[in-house]
Design a protein around this ligand. Structure first.
Ligand code: NAI
Length: 329
């Protein structure tokens, strides 16, 4: 099986190189896969892609004409793959449905603690010999109400972590998770969650229903000074409305690992470039906003799991096995 590996980073190679052998021969490409780069996959049997590769109908058609039979995603989300086109061109699609949900849940917690106790600012201050405590005041996380939107694998682990800190957890999901209830979480309506939470954390997938779930109307329901955390997908939040909520003080803290227009920015070193996205520049300018560039998954355990499950998906596809990771319409 010849595998064309797109959007390669050094940390991907570190874990996938151990599987590069006669059975699966990997060629790494730094660039993204999209309609104009499909020729790179000429002569390969499969492509391995990540969140910012764009597998629209034209890309899939070109891949199929180039002899590609399989798309393996190194991520859980598959909103970047046109599944209708995959079916039309008889292309197998496999994903990694879970890779250390703990990693993402712990990153959400890191955003909360950093935003609240301002350790990022303290670190810089102390390095410059500034030992003042002015403007570093935080609040006790203990005793606060945390609203979890989407109580799947990550949401439930996150909820449990927050309960460990002494928080009351309320959750909103279409399906109640028994594990969360057993641990002490209470399900409420979305409106009640927005009204009662001191901290709101998003853990639902991006779907037509969840796009811009957080917008000027939902902000109105929230407490003044609320903390909002998004480690899920950028478009869950209407970013323009979020800037307004920050300017008015309605939103007291914003921690995001994902951003609506992130595909033009994230995973690249743009430190010597002119950033043309005025919205992210505005977000960065707020003292109460913390942005990380989609690193929630970035632990060694998660990367190991991604590599192992991807290789299993390739082997199962070759053996004609449609395992649970096979994505269909
Ligand atoms: P999951 O599938 O286990 O849980 C998602 C939950 O969201 C489910 O319980 C589902 O019922 C619920 N849900 C769906 N639509 C909803 C709606 N309209 N309102 C409320 N709840 C809704 O998924 P998992 O593994 O917990 O991942 C959650 C999200 O985390 C993924 O969709 C992905 O976007 C994001 N993610 C982010 C990563 C990062 O590096 N920042 C890495 C991995 C995932």
């Amino acid at each position: 099986m010849k595998l064309a590996f797109f959007s390669t980073k050094s940390y991907d190679k570190e874990f996938f190189d151990t599987f590069d052998n006669q059975e699966i021969q990997i060629t790494y490409f730094d660039g993204h896969l999209y309609k104009d780069t499909t020729n790179l996959a000429n002569g390969f049997d499969a492509v391995c892609v990540f969140v910012h590769d764009d597998l629209d109908e034209e890309t899939i058609k070109n891949l199929s004409e180039n002899g590609v039979r399989l798309i393996v995603l190194r991520c859980a989300g598959f909103n970047n793959v046109d599944l209708k086109a995959a079916e039309k061109y008889n292309m197998g699609v496999y994903r990694v449905p879970a890779y250390s949900p703990e990693a993402v849940a712990e990153h959400a917690l890191a955003l909360i603690l950093t935003l609240n106790r301002k350790t990022h600012k303290a670190y810089n201050r102390v390095r410059e010999g500034n030992f003042s405590l002015e403007r570093l005041r935080g609040f006790d996380i203990h005793g606060k109400t945390v609203g979890v939107i989407g109580s799947g694998k990550i949401g439930t682990i996150f909820a449990s972590n927050m309960m460990g800190l002494g928080c009351d957890v309320i959750a909103y999901d279409m399906y109640e998770n028994e594990e969360l209830k057993r641990k002490g979480g209470v399900y409420v309506s979305l409106e009640e969650l927005l009204e009662k939470s001191d901290i709101i954390s998003l853990h639902c997938p991006l779907t037509p229903e969840t796009k811009h779930l957080i917008n000027k109307d939902t902000f109105k329901l929230m407490k003044d000074g609320v903390m909002l955390i998004n480690t899920s997908r950028g478009p869950l939040i209407n970013t323009i409305d979020t800037v307004e909520a920050l300017k008015s003080g309605k939103l007291g803290y914003l921690g995001i690992d994902v951003y609506e227009q992130e595909e033009h920015l994230f995973f690249r070193d743009l430190s010597e470039s002119i950033i043309k996205d005025d919205i992210i520049s505005r977000l960065i300018s707020f003292p109460n906003v913390l942005i990380t560039s989609h690193q929630g998954f970035l632990t060694k355990e998660a990367l190991q799991q991604i590599a192992e499950v991807t290789v299993k998906n390739i082997r199962d596809f070759e053996a004609g096995i449609e395992n649970d990771n096979c994505v269909k319409l």
